[in-house]
Design a binder for this molecule. Structure first.
Ligand code: GLU
Length: 494
């Protein structure tokens, strides 16, 4: 079988993490079955049209490194891949059902439908179209429409019987036909509904497996009825479990960011997001948690996708990101963080320009490497870098206290003079200068009779006005000679 699957988003302006999970599972399935992965834009709901949404979606998938085999941006033999460019196709197919008596025109006005719904609700019935137009004579119905009366086209759903199918995730599923509404296929403005367009396209695009979120499960019997009405083969279905907040409510904006763009902008790596999203509902054979996209293609198995809702745990996403960052070499790490510091033109970004001008890129790079440990994102490291280069600010009271005796002043003076005596070129060797600095500190400490914790706290207080902070040997290497001597002078003067 030539596997063909599709991701069929309605372009709303951003990519939902649930949408990404659907797209990824389709992608993985296609890649491991040597099938095709198609992008189809379902934009028939004109009220939800958002300018630039498709371009944004394509850019997000480029960033993620998930490529489509067919779609509006890459073409293919089954286009157009944008539903609003296929209206004629849907209309033609709807005509076919109408001619065969499997669909009918409904002239009920919105206010009539509203009254119907209200009455049904009052009588504790599930609101459903009462099918009054289904009884209209076909000839009369055609005349009314030709006379310009506004109408929709509905599917004539069987009044009895059942619709069953075997879902690849959820197993055997059965629906009673009498619980299914005579759904609208074509709206009065000539636009198809989701159901009609989705089924017609899945058939014409030869989609073999429909892999989508559980929220579409209740639409599936309607789709199966449509396939049957057209006399078409029904594709296989796999409905992926819902995404939940940690309190097991449906994933909402309130408890976490739900857009891929938000995580991208926050500095989560694309591979991390894919790794994380893959684990939302799919259970690997072993306890492994780190998977590259290539691993996923190899290991992913629809049979190991569970029915139970998958909890979207933001802490786990952050943890995964820090695991990925930890594994990067210093070179790779710097290459990836550099766009936070510099424009693509090579100009420093405003937030970093004064640091780069004053300290130079090699110190910025050394600072980055020194501060990367344990960080969750590149942004976090960039913040640490900004912090370490900024002015130290007002000293903390405990720090002033620590430096209040004559001994401390004496120590800082000796330290200053000892460091000033180190030739400037030695300060350019960032590793060696740290060791030299420690020697000078110990010597000065010996001379005034302080050592150990007491010594290091005094040195730190003198340099930064704080009793805690980054490793001193690294700090002075990052700052360089001028800044170190300047801070010591300030402290001595105080
Ligand atoms: N356009 C639907 C969506 O926005 C597609 C659902 C399906 O895959 O059938 O998710």
């Amino acid at each position: 079988m030539n596997v063909r699957v599709r991701f069929a988003p309605s372009p709303t302006g951003f990519v939902h993490v649930g949408g990404l999970r659907t797209a990824l599972f389709n992608y993985l399935f296609a890649r491991q079955q040597q099938g095709k992965f198609i992008l189809r834009i379902e934009d028939t709901d004109q009220s939800r049209f958002v300018e630039g949404a498709v371009e944004n979606l394509i850019a997000v998938f480029d960033w993620l490194g998930l490529s489509f085999d067919e779609g509006p941006h890459v073409g293919g033999d089954f286009g157009p891949y944008v539903q609003s460019e296929r209206l004629e196709i849907y209309r033609r197919h709807c005509e076919r059902l109408l001619a065969a008596g499997q669909a009918y025109r409904c002239f009920c006005r919105p206010d009539e439908l509203e009254t119907m719904r209200a009455e049904q609700t009052k009588r504790s019935m599930v609101p459903m179209y009462d099918r009054r137009c289904r009884k209209l004579d076909a000839g009369i119905s055609r005349h009314r429409s030709e006379d310009g009366e506004s109408c929709v086209i509905r599917l004539a759903v069987p009044l009895t019987g059942t619709i069953s199918f075997s879902d690849l995730v959820r197993g055997d599923i059965l629906f009673r036909a009498d619980a299914i509404d005579d759904q609208v296929l074509l709206k009065s403005d000539g636009f198809p509904t989701y159901h009609l367009a989705n089924v017609v396209d899945d058939h014409l695009m030869q989609v073999t497996h429909v892999i989508r979120g559980e929220e579409w499960l209740s639409s599936t019997p309607k789709h199966i009825l449509l396939y049957q009405s057209f006399g078409w083969d029904v594709p296989a279905f796999a409905h992926l479990p819902l995404l939940l907040n940690p309190d097991r409510s449906k994933l909402s904006k309130r408890s976490a960011d739900v857009t891929v763009e938000a995580y991208r902008d926050e500095g989560i790596l694309p591979d991390v997001l894919l790794n994380f999203v893959a684990l939302l509902g799919w259970h690997p054979k072993d306890e492994r948690e780190i998977f590259s996209l290539m691993d996923l293609v190899k290991e992913f198995d629809l049979a190991r996708v569970g029915k139970a809702g998958a909890v979207f745990d933001i802490m786990k996403l952050r943890w995964l990101n820090s695991e990925y960052l930890k594994r990067e070499s210093d070179e790779k790490f710097y290459e990836n963080i550099r766009p936070i510091y510099f424009e693509y033109t090579g100009e420093p970004k405003p937030r970093f320009s004064s640091i780069i001008e004053q300290y130079g890129e090699s110190r910025l790079q050394f600072g980055t490497m020194s501060l990367r440990a344990g960080a969750g994102t590149y942004e976090e490291v960039a913040e640490r870098v900004l912090n370490i280069f900024s002015p130290v600010g007002k000293p903390e009271p405990e720090s002033l206290e620590r430096l209040s005796d004559d001994n401390a002043r004496d120590l800082l003076v000796r330290l200053h003079d000892g460091l000033a005596a180190i030739p400037a070129e030695e300060w350019e060797d960032f590793e060696a200068i740290g060791e030299r600095f420690k020697e000078v500190c110990k010597r000065a400490g010996n001379e005034v009779g302080v050592k150990g914790k007491e010594l290091w706290q005094a040195v730190r207080a003198g340099l930064t006005g704080r009793l805690h902070g980054p490793e001193l040997a690294k700090l002075i290497a990052i700052w360089g000679r001028e800044r170190v001597l300047h801070e010591l002078n300030q402290a001595i003067r105080h």
